[in-house]
Design a binder for this molecule. Sequence first.
Ligand SMILES: [Zn+2]
Length: 132
Amino acid sequence: MRRTGTRPELAVRSALHRRGLRFVVDRSPPGANRRRRVDVLLRGARIALFVDGCFWHSCPEHGVLPRANRDWWRVKLRGVVLRDRDTDAQLTAAGWLVVRAWEHEDPLDVAARVHLLDAGRRPVVRGRRAGA
Ligand SMILES: [Zn+2]
């Protein structure tokens, strides 16, 4: 279900790159469940960024319950959200800041938000901000 490199995610990655941010993609960070992969990891600032699909992750604006097999979908989609919250809890416990963006968000806005957070979370080494 976790598809890597969806179009909205690629757009966010490209916007982050243009801002000079360094990151790795589709990894499970140290300290977290190996099966929980993160879309974009900024390791220096310990930020775990997800670009969540509106359908699968039940976006409040665009999430819909398909008419056919409604009950099955209700359970299925609820399970995805519960898994997301569990992933968030695991990552937070391991010291990561979890940032979730919706695929419908402007990738430039997402990148700007992450850039600000990144700048505030870099470890300070000898009075200078360390690289990512
Ligand atoms: Zn949406």
